[in-house]
Design a protein around this ligand. Structure first.
Ligand SMILES: *Cc1c(COP(=O)(O)O)cnc(C)c1O
Length: 469
């Protein structure tokens, strides 16, 4: 009746089947890296498109089951069914929203970040990675004109970056009101323009604070005078003013210096949302557009947008990191000491705890290629946008909605309805030539092309314009 005792090691062997170095696990690693290599170096990556849920269920609905399907079948399922059902956001013809264009160095290094199992939340666990990320943040802070004491963290995206900065600003205002024995307002509020990114309203909703919108000028920019008008009326409940350094729709850079004046005069936190556009400050020709950024209390810029890093990374930088540490640290005993680098924990600067060292792909690419290459590649997109605008101006059936400041070009095809634009857009994607979806401006359908990738050629853009004839 008694069962024969199991050999002592067999239970352990079974449990370790996914982890131990065996011919099987070695083959999995080799196959995956070989696929990643192929995808990263594929000369002519297809644009692809979304697939219907029913089709995906039919083709890939049985992959999770008690027994595994093995790496070859799972990888084939990804390569031949799942990956083609995802748009390639790095395709030179992907021109909607904000495209992605990771450098080869950055995307390859993303694999290394995973393979290295680095915990990026604390200095104690990840000092080497945190140091490298901080080198990048320090370089960016210097470019933006922020003082050497500035510091920050790479978070998941601009939405979390804006939210984390605004929470810091609100808590800072709360503490200052308490210190001055002023009563806290019934409702806190943030001031931004109507053109500010939706993530500001989203942050305000999460924080349960109000958004006060200041009108943009004729030039589409928010100016200090409009901010001052709002502050005059609501000064004691405003905890932050937000300027946008490159709107997502048009790439419009607000009049940052005059907004900084207005915020400073009222003693209010000044945040600059540069998720898309602030990268353009690295191009000497565009730098003057951003005058005033050096006065920000906090700024964000997304490396996954225009700094050629893979998804997902937002650099969140504070002029003074101490208020952020007060707001975001999840362990109260950390609060006092910043002097020793052992206390520099990225987790304490934003809404997060466990974190991937998501700044490392950008660090590696910058270390490999140097900062000058970044300036050149960013400036290239801006000059391509100007050439595209010129081409549009030369064509009688097209008209430019606005002269591009950065790398977003918005224009209309005369006489076309939304249905015309949609049919054209579908055809372009069906032919796998480009992904350009109609956008809208003041209730009117328009086309919007956002340029990030240096592989997007003038020739392709010319063909896209030809197809609108
Ligand atoms: C994209 C964008 C955001 C949001 O960033 P995510 O990384 O998508 O969360 C915020 N502000 C601006 C101006 C943006 O362009």
């Amino acid at each position: 009746m008694t069962r024969a005792p199991e050999p002592p090691s067999s239970g352990l062997d079974t449990a370790a089947r996914m982890h131990a170095i065996t011919p099987q696990t070695t083959a999995v690693v080799d196959q995956v890296l070989e696929y990643a290599r192929r995808r990263a170096l594929y000369p002519d990556v297809p644009l692809d498109r979304a697939m219907r849920l029913a089709d995906l269920r039919r083709l890939a609905g049985d992959s999770i089951r008690p027994d595994g399907m093995g790496s070859e079948r799972a990888l084939a399922l990804f390569e031949h069914v799942l990956a083609p059902a995802c748009l390639s956001t790095d395709h030179p013809g992907y021109l909607s929203f904000i495209p992605s264009a990771p450098s080869k160095a950055a995307l390859a290094f993303d694999v290394v970040v995973s393979a290295s199992a680095i915990y990026g939340g604390s200095w104690m666990e990840g000092s080497g990675a945190v140091f490298a990320e901080n080198e990048v943040l320090r370089w960016l802070a210097g470019e933006f004109g922020l003082p050497a004491s500035a510091g920050g963290v790479f978070v998941q995206g601009g939405t979390i970056g804006n939210l984390s900065a605004l929470v810091t600003a609100r808590d800072h205002a709360r503490r200052r009101a308490a210190d001055a024995e002023r009563p806290a307002p019934a409702r806190w509020a943030v001031v931004c323009s109507a053109e500010a990114h939706s993530s500001i309203a989203s942050a305000a909703a999460v924080m349960d604070v109000d958004v006060l919108t200041a009108a943009v000028g004729e030039d589409g920019k928010l100016h200090g005078a409009a901010v001052s008008a709002v502050l005059d009326e609501h000064a004691d409940r405003v905890f932050a003013v937000v300027a946008t350094a490159g709107t997502t729709n048009f790439g419009i850079v607000d009049d940052i210096a005059s907004i900084a004046d207005a915020a400073n005069a009222a003693g209010v936190w000044f945040h600059v949302d540069g998720a898309y556009g602030l990268a353009a400050m690295l191009s000497p020709a565009s730098r003057p557009l951003f005058a005033g950024v050096e006065r920000a209390d906090s700024v964000i810029v997304d490396p996954h947008k225009w700094l050629f890093a893979p998804f997902d990374a937002c650099a969140l930088i504070y002029r003074d990191p101490v208020p952020a540490i007060h707001s975001h640290t999840q362990k109260a005993e950390y609060l006092d000491t910043l002097t020793d680098s052992l206390d520099w924990n990225p987790s304490d600067l934003a809404i997060q705890l466990t974190r991937r060292a998501r700044g490392l792909p950008l660090w590696f690419s910058l270390a490999v290629h140097g900062t000058e290459q970044y300036r050149t590649t960013i400036a290239d997109a801006i000059s391509r946008a100007k050439r595209l605008a010129d081409d549009i101006r030369r064509r009688p059936d097209l008209s430019l909605v606005r002269e591009p400041d950065l790398s977003v070009v918005v224009f209309r095809r005369e006489g076309w309805s939304l249905a015309d634009y949609e049919a054209w857009s579908d055809r372009l994607l069906d032919e796998q030539r480009a992904f350009v979806v109609p956008s809208s401006h003041r209730g009117e359908p328009v086309l919007r092309i956002a340029l990030i990738s240096p592989l997007t050629t003038d020739e392709l853009l010319g063909e896209i314009l030809d197809s609108l004839a």
